[in-house]
Design a protein around this ligand. Structure first.
Ligand code: AMP
Length: 438
């Protein structure tokens, strides 16, 4: 498919040519024609997939080709979770707005409220905003959005992770009429709150799924190491701390108790570390996060409280000291590194207690995770066949022989003994493994 096939307004085609894009990306190929039918959309897409144009193009097309519902109200609102993303989207929008009679405004927190009020009084056609500041203006009654024709939610899952559900519902109510079209973009659609939000905001949405959350993130190198027990994991951690070029590291553990213990261990090895868990007050949590963001600590040891929503560009490594119980949580955890085009490394320790979670993660990702080993810290554990008779499982009997070390390289790829049957995964990626791969 070419952009020409989308029958876009010539002004939009010129802007695309100006950007030098030859053809639509897969997400644009699916989402643009679907949105141009006027239907509500629920789209799962990864960052970097070209999702911004996937909503800017149908939005611009509608605004250019149809009469406004209201003379003074904004016609389109794009909500994004962070100020940074808002600036990025606004910069792209301005390219498309140039040479058209449409006007645009950027409304984000941390900037002068009164100046923004003046801008809003000029009745811009399109607003890019973060939900918190937008609601502040809405409550001030500077302007209204009853005539809103397009509501776009970019990174809806992140907005929900940041606690914006009440604001999104309030915005929805302020622009609630049957002619409004709503496009919702999210890294994942397998998120209870995203579905809850979709139920209240969208009308029989068309679902588009390109670049689902299980797809490989090119900027994150994933490595797994077998470990026999807790002290083996600690030894592996100590080894990797020394070997890797770490700018900042987040370690995820299963228990609150481990967060403090591992933070002390890292500290004792010369890596300033801090623990963060649900047992701290919100004030303490904020202060831990601010200090980590300000690089006062090199290592953050945490439970899943910090697996989502963190956007820290200096996190070069993530270590899953214990694997998460829910496979999707793995994707969120490793996504704390490799952000904004930076490269990241995600390391996971796989002990007997992690094996079921490991199999579920491979099944969810629909591919095997690469096993590595540290020659000086070999593991007896090599995985178990979860479907073998109970006796064999109890003995955690290795299913295949130990991989023979051929190279002198201390960190080589190791083969997992029992391969989980990720090929058998159903559409939800969570279908229980039934057969062993031969
Ligand atoms: P996004 O996912 O919207 O942040 O886009 C990721 C990158 O892809 C941005 O640098 C876009 O400018 C670029 N991009 C978007 N659409 C296309 C396209 N059709 N062809 C080539 N690059 C694109």
């Amino acid at each position: 498919m070419l952009f020409h096939d989308l029958a876009l307004d010539p002004r939009l085609v010129r802007s695309i040519q100006h950007l030098g894009f030859a053809k639509p990306t897969p997400i644009q190929q699916e989402a643009v024609p679907a949105a141009m039918t006027g239907k509500d959309l629920m789209v799962s897409s990864q960052t970097g997939s070209g999702k911004t144009l996937a909503y800017l193009l149908p939005m611009m097309q509608r605004l250019l080709r149809s009469r406004p519902l209201s003379k003074q109200d904004a016609r389109a609102l794009i909500l994004v979770p962070t100020r940074e993303l808002a600036h990025q989207v606004y910069a792209k929008l301005r390219l498309f707005v140039a040479n058209t009679p449409l006007t645009s405004a950027l409304i984000v927190g941390g900037e002068n409220f009164n100046e923004q009020e003046k801008i809003l009084k000029r009745q811009p056609t399109i607003i890019v905003a973060t939900p918190g500041r937008f609601i502040d203006h809405l409550q001030h009654k500077t302007f209204f959005i009853q005539g809103l024709e397009m509501l776009i939610l970019d990174e809806a899952d992140r907005m929900l992770d940041l606690g914006f559900m009440p604001q999104l519902n309030e915005i929805n109510k302020a622009a609630d009429h049957r002619l409004r079209q709503t496009l919702m973009f999210s890294a994942t659609l397998d998120h209870a709150e995203v579905n809850e939000l979709a139920m209240s905001l969208l009308k029989s949405p068309h679902r588009v799924s390109v670049g689902a959350s299980y797809q490989q993130h090119e900027d994150i190198e994933q490595r797994c190491y077998f470990a026999d027990h807790l002290s083996h994991k600690e030894a592996l951690l100590a080894y990797l701390l020394k070997q890797e070029q770490i700018s900042q590291l987040i370690i995820f553990t299963a228990t609150r108790e481990d967060t403090d213990r591992l933070a002390k261990l890292c500290d004792s090895m010369g890596y300033p570390a801090v623990g963060l868990s649900g047992k701290l007050t919100q004030g303490q949590r904020n202060s831990v996060m601010q200090n980590f963001a300000a690089n006062k600590y090199q290592v953050l040891v945490t439970t899943d409280v910090a697996s989502r929503g963190l956007d820290l560009l200096q996190v070069s490594h993530v270590v899953n000291f214990d694997l998460p119980k829910h496979a999707e949580e793995y994707v969120h955890r490793i996504g704390r590194t490799g952000r904004a085009g930076a490269k990241g490394i995600a390391i996971s320790f796989v002990g007997p207690k992690d094996w079921a979670a490991f199999c579920a993660i491979e099944s969810f990702l629909r591919r095997p995770l690469p096993m590595h080993k540290v020659e000086s810290l070999p593991a007896k554990f090599k995985g178990v066949d979860l479907h073998a008779p109970a006796k064999a499982v109890k003995k955690t009997k290795p299913v295949v022989k130990k991989a023979k070390a051929k190279s002198t390289n201390t960190m080589q790829k190791a083969k997992p003994a029992a391969k989980p049957n990720f090929y058998q995964a159903g559409d939800d990626g969570m279908t229980p493994v039934k057969k062993k791969i031969k």
